[in-house]
Design a protein around this ligand. Structure first.
Ligand SMILES: NC(=O)c1ccc[n+]([C@@H]2O[C@H](COP(=O)([O-])OP(=O)(O)OC[C@H]3O[C@@H](n4cnc5c(N)ncnc54)[C@H](O)[C@@H]3O)[C@@H](O)[C@H]2O)c1
Length: 305
């Protein structure tokens, strides 16, 4: 399997780790040669410190034309800008091999906005990862109305083989699925803290010491299936009306306004320097790596389904 990763920023560099450690050949490219050189240095360090010899699967290409030669899939990781994605995809569609899948990492721009006029638009889709993809396996696959179902299936197979966890979104929707779930939770959290119901620290602990423990290996449906003796139906029968009452008045849009944000930031009460935030990000990545290894060691495919 051969992959081109276009854009050697935060996400492209992490995708390069995913594909290279799976044993795929990876061509990494960036329009900015200094970014490409920095990525090369970073990746050499990452593979060396992990004692992983798969660094040999990585090639660094100054030109995207050279990067896409002979590839099975292109993972586009350029900036989140629709005009730029249109240019990059037009170039990829012209130069990538006919059978190659063209996937964008876009967090919020649906594929129909940058592939409409392409001859090869049937082979384009969004493959949206969580940051950083080498530590969080989820990837959301979402085609445009004209993306071929066969391409989606082939993409799912590539990400599966790379050790990721692809899901398929059946039609284009703003925020895809992950960010819609995150937005719903964040809006309620902003309301509860902004209204003084709970402190920002205690709200966070509700997830880190409560809900999140189950969520690291069960989704919301698998969770409620176990919270009533008769499964999901039974649970929703018993508790559905309580949840219906709670959700009858959704968080108002002003939870996102300046005044409410100020209340939440005051409740959070911590101001961290960029250096402290970088150190915390590194800590988060170490914890994610440990969790990833733990989950792999506990993998019990019979119980998973
Ligand atoms: N950062 C996140 O948390 C996150 C999460 C999921 C998805 N994404 C998506 O991934 C994509 C990349 O985000 P990022 O955070 O890595 O951005 P980034 O700014 O770190 O990296 C973008 C890179 O693309 C390069 N680039 C610009 N034009 C190019 C071109 N024509 N050809 C090749 N390279 C080019 C830039 O030089 C830069 O190195 C975006 O679409 C973003 O929405 C980001």
């Amino acid at each position: 399997m051969k992959i081109a990763v276009i854009g050697a920023g935060l996400i492209g560099t992490s995708w390069a780790i995913v594909f290279a450690r799976a044993g795929f050949s990876v061509n990494l490219t960036d329009i900015d040669q200094s970014r490409l050189a920095a990525a090369q240095e970073h990746l050499a360090r990452v593979f060396h410190s992990a004692g992983d010899e798969n660094a040999g699967n990585l090639a660094y290409c100054p030109m995207s034309l050279e990067a896409v030669s002979g590839v099975d899939l292109v993972q586009e990781c350029g900036p989140e800008d629709v005009a730029l994605k249109q240019c990059i995809f037009a170039e990829l569609d012209r130069h990538a091999p006919e059978g190659a899948i063209l996937a964008s990492s876009s967090s919020s721009i649906v594929a129909s906005l940058f592939t409409r006029d392409l001859a090869g638009r049937h082979r384009c889709l969004v493959a949206h990862p969580l940051n950083p993809p080498h530590l969080a396996p989820l990837v959301e696959l979402c085609g445009a109305p004209w993306t071929s179902p066969e391409v989606i299936e082939r993409a799912r197979d590539v990400y599966d083989r790379a050790g990721q966890a692809p899901i398929v979104i059946n039609r284009e929707i703003e925020g895809f699925v992950l960010n819609r779930l995150q937005a719903a939770l964040l809006a309620e959290a902003l309301r509860l803290v902004g209204d003084g119901v709970v402190s920002a620290g205690d709200l966070d602990r509700t997830v880190s010491e409560g809900l999140g423990l189950r969520w690291s290996f069960l989704g919301p449906f698998a969770t409620i299936e176990l919270n009533a003796p008769g499964g999901i139906d039974d649970y929703l029968h018993r508790y559905g009306s309580a949840f219906r009452n709670i959700t009858a008045a959704p968080p108002p849009s002003d939870v996102w306004e300046k005044e409410n944000i100020e209340r939440v930031v005051e409740s959070w009460g911590k101001t961290r320097s960029p250096e402290q935030l970088a150190a915390r990000s590194a800590w988060r990545d170490r914890r994610l790596e440990a969790l990833r290894r733990h989950k792999q060691s506990q993998d019990d495919s019979q119980m998973k389904e």
